[in-house]
Design a protein around this ligand. Structure first.
Ligand SMILES: [Zn+2]
Length: 253
């Protein structure tokens, strides 16, 4: 694939980087990334990946845009309240970069469709807000050997990691980190717990950076490391995550 003249201009600030260049940009244009959830994390993810020229973006979400979403879900707009979130996201992406192919899946990710959906992409970015989806993606991405870049949010902090447990030693999965989902009544979601909107923007943007690094093979992967952000202390810290030999997803048995 050769870049067009318009693409040389659009991606000029990537092309000038030795670490990306024409080869890297062509790789991004040929890449297919699935973003799960077009919400607080999915918004910056989709916008930055589209701007960066990730050629095909799948987005799966069964919700519609609601006025209360707009405080943090910046891919949506007031004039699109009531529209399916995936269609609203598709419109925003087209406005940023019309050459991106968007596969808008207005459905829930379930045990029945997960493998079929995930298998069609090179990498999955989890921007979902619930443990059922998180564990489903953990198991599915392990089975079909796709890298998973996942983030989670709390009102004033968040965490981020990349999971490639199919690579073996040194590469834990999400279940190595958290064996069981907490009981549903213990898990405050954005709707009930609240969140400082820009915190979602920080984590979703970090996720976009890690997705681009994985696609380009740049720098250090976050596989095996959990990165935590504390907005009130304005601090980041990293912890090493060991692989759990008895993990139900990626363990030895
Ligand atoms: Zn595991």
């Amino acid at each position: 694939m050769d870049l067009s003249e318009a693409q040389f201009h659009r991606y000029a600030r990537h092309l000038i980087l030795d670490e990306v260049g024409e080869e890297g940009q062509e790789r991004l244009l040929a890449s297919r990334v699935l973003v799960v959830g077009a919400g607080g994390l999915g918004s910056p993810l989709l916008l930055y990946l589209a701007a960066a020229g990730v050629g095909t973006l799948g987005v799966i979400d069964h919700d519609r845009v609601d006025l209360t979403n707009l405080q943090r879900q910046i891919v949506h707009a007031t004039e699109r309240i009531g529209m399916a979130k995936v269609e609203s996201a598709k419109a925003a992406i087209a406005a940023v970069n019309p050459e991106i192919g968007v596969e808008a899946l207005c459905e829930q990710l379930t045990a029945e469709n997960a493998e079929r959906v995930v298998a069609g992409y090179d990498l999955v970015a989890d921007g979902s807000d619930n443990f059922a989806t998180r564990y489903l993606l953990t198991d599915t991405c392990f089975r079909v050997k796709k890298p998973l870049v996942a983030a989670a949010l709390a009102p004033f902090d968040g965490q981020l990691s990349t999971f490639k447990p199919y690579l073996g030693a040194g590469h834990p999965c999400y279940r190595c980190l958290f064996r069981e989902p907490p009981p549903p009544d213990l898990v405050p979601r954005c709707e009930t717990a609240g969140i400082l909107g820009a915190v979602a923007g920080v984590l979703g943007t970090l996720q976009a950076v890690e997705v681009l690094k994985e696609l380009l093979g740049l720098g250090e992967s976050l596989s095996g490391t959990l990165l935590m952000y504390d907005a009130l202390r304005a601090g980041f810290h990293r912890v090493k995550v060991p692989k759990d030999p008895s993990c139900r997803t990626c363990g030895e048995n």
